[in-house]
Design a protein around this ligand. Structure first.
Ligand code: ADP
Ligand code: 5GP
Length: 193
């Protein structure tokens, strides 16, 4: 019996407000890939649903998962914990389904160390002003959060580009084109979903 071809592991990183969630919504629908639902200690934003967008958990629960080795990677981002539950990823890949992770550079480094065969994609804004406009326009962060996220954005982009980790960079100027580029990356050489 030939073994199932494993699914693809695709790691997406980009600064807050660049459009990762927006792009991923279309890409997941088009490709049938599975979204890796992270655990986080940050509170849900309006419109976010528990166990769909994130597993929203408290700090002791997060620390328990981390200490029990249940997370493929974890990081503290903007003062909150974020981490990727390992179990669902292994199951999906073993079953031939591709999985997409939306995680920061700290997490991507950890995943790369464990799964160097993964595909790493950096999403970039066309320019800083566009990023400011998108994050402000989304209206989900207060003034203080906005400042912190925008101050980190350029630094994060430069660190990610310098890391040599990313196989692809996608500039999210035209949404449809950015979606097409990521669909191509996710489906190339992957088993049919
Ligand atoms: P992220 O998940 O990276 O933090 P979002 O997906 O929440 O970012 O996008 C931030 C805002 O930018 C949202 O209001 C979204 O509708 C908008 N947006 C995303 N991509 C584009 C695009 N290509 N053109 C214009 N607006 C966009
Ligand atoms: P947000 O709070 O805007 O949803 O996400 C903030 C940042 O945390 C983004 O850069 C996002 O990619 C990152 N992030 C989300 N989930 C995880 C995760 O499980 N692990 C890591 N390392 N980063 C994550």
């Amino acid at each position: 019996m030939p073994e199932n071809k494993p699914g693809k592991l695709v790691v997406v990183t980009g600064p807050a407000g660049v459009g990762k969630s927006t792009i991923l919504r279309s890409v997941l629908e088009t490709t049938g890939a599975q979204f890796s639902i992270s655990a986080t200690t940050r509170p849900p934003r309006p419109g976010e649903r528990n166990h769909r967008d994130y597993h929203f958990i408290d700090v002791p629960t997060f620390e328990g998962m981390r200490d029990n080795g249940e997370l493929l990677e974890w990081a503290k981002v903007f003062d909150n914990y974020y981490g990727t539950p390992a179990g669902p990823i292994c199951e999906a890949i073993d079953a031939g389904r591709s999985v997409i992770l939306d995680i920061d550079l700290q997490g991507a480094r950890q995943v790369h160390a464990k799964c160097p065969q993964g595909v790493f994609v950096l999403i970039l804004p066309p320019d800083h002003q566009t990023l400011v406009a998108r994050l402000t326009g989304r209206g989900t962060e207060d003034e203080q959060q906005l400042k912190i996220r925008l101050a980190k954005a350029q630094q994060e982009i430069e660190a990610a580009q310098a890391s040599g980790l990313y196989n692809h960079q996608i500039v999210n100027d035209d949404l449809q084109r950015a979606v097409r580029e990521l669909v191509e990356i996710v489906t190339q050489g992957a088993p049919q979903q």
